[in-house]
Design a protein. Structure first.
Length: 280
């Protein structure tokens, strides 16, 4: 159970990509803090684990099948959320795709799809949620700039790939899309601060997601490489991101933290990996 310091009771969070994967981990963390949750995802049906959060934590939780690369679909979903939840306090943009493909042969399809989901999708949902937060602020405070960062928070999910290139995968397109996402953080934080809104990003390292488990079966040497690249000799457990996401979402914990990227990578980006040098 979350302490009072990390409580989000009465708040509403809009999460993308939470039907499964790390997004589901983030939803679980916010639900444990008694946050109401609205999920936007492209899957027809979310994981049963997501829907179970509703009764387990006695929160309001709804799933909206949405193509986040479509401005029209995003607008419709946000309008429904405003009507059904009453307000939007938190936005976590976790939807993402990655394709292992050589830079020299990367296709237009890969570029278009990766940037559409990872960058454009995050941009559109963050923009819609920010407009909702700003409208609420103006209805109460008018044009007076905020003195406290308590009106809302937006979290973009970046990646360790923006800090260090891994020889284990060829994901230049993905890395570029996540760099673009991280590039939104500082200008958004500056523009939204007058409305009491904080903006940050979270950069996970190698995590044991469903996708990673699939790689472990198909390419065990790849996951072995990831493990050797961290300081603890293993990839991260998704639950180890629950604390960081709660920190970013709770103004009581991170009210003076905005315009920053929080890197959680088990130290993988801090050293020259012996695993690489040994194979040189």
């Amino acid at each position: 159970m979350a302490t009072d310091f990390f409580t989000l009771k009465g708040k509403t969070a809009v999460l993308t990509g939470a039907a499964r994967g790390l997004g589901l981990t983030f939803a679980t963390a916010l639900a444990s803090a008694n946050c109401n949750i609205a999920v936007l995802d492209i899957l027809h049906e979310p994981s049963p684990c997501l829907l179970a959060l509703r009764d387990h934590h006695d929160i309001k939780l709804e799933y909206y099948r949405t193509d986040i690369t479509s401005r029209r679909e995003v607008s419709v979903a946000i309008e429904k959320i405003e009507a059904e939840f009453g307000r939007i306090d938190i936005n976590v943009n976790a939807a993402g795709v990655v394709t292992d493909e050589s830079f020299l042969t990367t296709t237009d399809e890969n570029v278009d799809h990766t940037f559409a989901v990872n960058f454009t999708g995050s941009f559109l949902v963050a923009q819609a949620c920010a407009n909702s937060m700003v409208a609420r602020y103006k209805s109460v405070h008018g044009s007076k700039p905020a003195a406290q960062p308590t009106n809302g928070t937006i979290i973009l999910i970046a990646s360790i790939a923006t800090y260090i290139a891994s020889s284990a995968q060829q994901i230049s397109c993905y890395a570029a899309s996540k760099a673009a996402v991280k590039g939104l953080v500082k200008p958004m934080a500056m523009e939204l601060a007058p409305y009491g809104i904080r903006v940050n990003s979270l950069s996970p390292g190698y995590m044991m997601t469903d996708m990673m488990r699939g790689l472990q079966e198909q390419q065990p040497q790849l996951v072995d490489q990831f493990e050797r690249e961290t300081l603890f000799g293993r990839v991260g457990i998704p639950g180890e991101l629950k604390g960081p996401i709660l920190y970013l979402c709770c103004a009581s914990a991170s009210g003076w933290y905005t315009g920053q990227d929080l890197l959680v990578d088990g130290g993988a980006s801090t050293w020259k990996h012996p695993a690489i040098l040994a194979t040189a």
